[in-house]
Ligand binder design. Structure first.
Ligand code: MLT
Length: 408
């Protein structure tokens, strides 16, 4: 008899976005004429940039020739992409990385879910609350937590409340832990970490020999060049941090799939007997066993985002979404809503009206405005009473959504 991994049964609910999709489909079926505007899941809407499409076409043509055909690629990514990442995402901001410190992958969702595999079952961890559900759910599946309580907290996880008072950027805990997930610009609150915030985290991690798992999937949305885009801009982070970045939001790759993870050689964990082991080597072993590289065509497409045209075109896409974010922020604030985020991230974090619950707000907006957002409580108990609105849509839809929300 095949015994199941019973940790899966501890999961309190289905994954957030399919649950939203289910509710929206049910509504659409009952109201076939409803013109629903989707500002829920943070999925891009603009077409791929012309430079990206051209690079993909060229790569497809190459693959159709004897000379240009390629089979399995290098597990960690082709040199042309890894070098472009080193040059544009890191060297340009004063960070030197070795090529072997970068692992190209098919998405930050996968990376942020899979990275916990290389850590011991007994590792203690923190998440900010609310946070991207993948961090918690994958640790539940791995058996690193206890049961969920009535409020939605899993035993064994240290939740750090992200509140209006701390600008939705909680500092490190007052205890030693092994792992800490951080995300900046933040999904879901739209907050962004300052240099001081990250310095405090790095100091804490070094002090207690913890590893920071830094999710920078939204780095391209940072508008202020003085704000850190990478944890490695902070001194000491190369000894204690792993960073995840993605082409999904910055270049419209949600359906194309390409991302990467940086694990500096110095970051290590320990065995039971106290021996130091490089996490770069451990992840390299895992990656080589479970992953066969991102397709050549896709890596060519990702590399094209770093060409001059690619940079200009993808910057324009980000500008479009950030203009949407500003309109949502300003429109809702003018109508009396209390809103946060949206300045360095494509998400607006709205306080629900009159203490309405997050899911009631979701149902209310779906019923009365035909606008879909994401209930804050879906990202963790401290998200209760908030609602996330994504800026990923057309200008027309965003303007119409603001009109409808402010009328409800
Ligand atoms: C979100 O809406 O939170 C994101 O789109 C989810 C993801 O990137 O996987």
């Amino acid at each position: 008899m095949a015994r199941i991994n019973e940790n899966f049964q501890k999961l309190a609910a289905g994954y957030l976005f399919p649950e939203i999709g289910r509710r929206v489909s049910a509504y659409a079926e009952a109201h076939p004429d409803a013109d629903i505007i989707r500002l829920g899941i943070g999925d891009v809407t603009l077409p791929l940039a012309p430079a990206v499409v051209a690079a993909m076409r060229e790569a497809v043509d190459e693959m159709g020739t004897d000379k240009g055909f390629r089979g399995y690629g290098p597990e960690n990514g082709y040199d042309f992409l890894v070098d472009a990442i080193r040059e544009h995402d890191y060297r340009a901001r004063g960070i030197e990385l070795e090529a072997s410190e970068i692992f190209v992958s098919d998405g930050s969702k996968q990376d942020s879910g899979n990275i916990q595999e290389i850590f011991g079952a007994g590792c203690t961890l923190s998440v900010t609350d609310p946070s991207y559900p993948v961090y918690v759910d994958t640790n539940v599946m791995a058996g690193r937590t206890g049961e969920v309580d009535d409020q939605g907290y899993y035993g064994g996880i240290r939740y750090l409340a992200a509140t209006e008072e701390n600008g939705f950027m909680p500092g490190p805990p007052d205890e030693a832990l092994d792992l800490a997930y951080l995300c900046s610009p933040n999904n879901p609150t739209g907050a962004v970490a300052t240099r001081e915030n990250l310095e405090a985290w790095v100091a804490w991690a070094k002090d207690c020999d913890a590893v920071l798992l830094f999710d920078a999937a939204y780095d391209a949305f940072i508008q202020d060049p003085d704000l850190p885009r990478s944890i490695f801009e902070i001194e000491g982070a190369r000894d204690c941090a792993i960073e995840m970045r993605s082409f999904s939001k910055r270049a419209g790759f949600t359906g194309v799939r390409c991302a990467y993870m940086v694990i500096p050689k110095n970051v290590s964990g320990t065995t039971e007997s106290g021996e130091r082991v490089s996490l770069n080597a451990l992840w390299g072993r895992r990656h080589a066993t479970k992953f066969n590289s991102v397709p050549y065509v896709i890596q060519r497409a990702a590399a094209a985002t770093f060409s001059q045209e690619g940079q200009a075109q993808t910057r324009e896409q980000v500008r479009h979404y950030m203009d949407n974010a500003r309109l949502i922020r300003e429109g809702l604030a003018a109508a009396g809503f209390t809103v946060f985020g949206g300045e360095h991230a494509p998400y607006i974090w709205m306080r629900t009206k009159d203490g309405q619950s997050s899911w009631d707000c979701f149902d209310d907006l779906l019923e009365n405005a035909q606008v879909v957002g994401t209930p804050g409580s879906g990202f963790g108990p401290a998200g209760e009473g908030y609602f996330r609105i994504s800026a990923f849509n057309s200008r027309e839809n965003v303007e119409e959504a603001i009109r409808r929300i402010t009328r409800t």
